[in-house]
Design a protein around this ligand. Structure first.
Ligand code: NAD
Length: 130
């Protein structure tokens, strides 16, 4: 039987993660799913995303994960993908990605195309500085 993670810091949090098919992004998806998040995970690699989904299925958290292929270097593709993710999630609390991907998503959310999102509060955590 799969045990739920005792820490549930992401319960009721809707999250987009880019670069989710490998490394830090993939590990982040697994962890925040364990902690209760609902996640839309993007990566350029469909193989990587398939592995991310398998990890979630095995952990019993796959029902809260959606994966989709996205090249974050295309602003138009990011806008379309984020729009679709927001429609599916109904809102967004957390965005995880490298700075350029995060910037693209914020640009979309702040644009007229994101006007249907109400009560937007954007906080940016730049992480630790050396
Ligand atoms: N691993 C570390 O210790 C470490 C430390 C500090 C910073 N970083 C940086 O953090 C980032 C992630 O590191 P990682 O180890 O998780 O790397 P990784 O290579 O394991 O994962 C990166 C993921 O991003 C995806 N990706 C690449 N280009 C993309 C694009 N245009 N659109 C969508 N997805 C794309 C790849 O398919 C891959 O799944 C890198 O920029 C790395 O330089 C890593």
């Amino acid at each position: 039987m799969i045990k739920a993670c005792p820490l549930q810091r992401f319960a009721d949090r809707r999250v987009i993660v880019t670069g989710a098919g490998s490394g830090i992004g993939q590990a982040t998806v697994a962890r925040i799913l364990d902690e209760g998040a609902t996640v839309v995970a993007y990566d350029a690699s469909s193989e990587g995303l398939a592995h991310t989904a398998t990890v979630a299925e095995e952990a019993g958290t796959g029902a809260r994960l959606t994966t989709a292929v996205l090249d974050v270097s295309s602003e138009d593709a990011v806008a379309a993908a984020v729009s679709a993710a927001l429609a599916e999630l109904g809102g967004l609390e957390v965005l995880v990605g490298d700075p350029s991907a995060v910037a693209s998503v914020i640009a979309m959310v702040a644009s007229d195309d994101g006007a249907f999102i109400t009560g937007t509060e954007i906080r940016i955590d730049g992480g630790a500085h050396a």
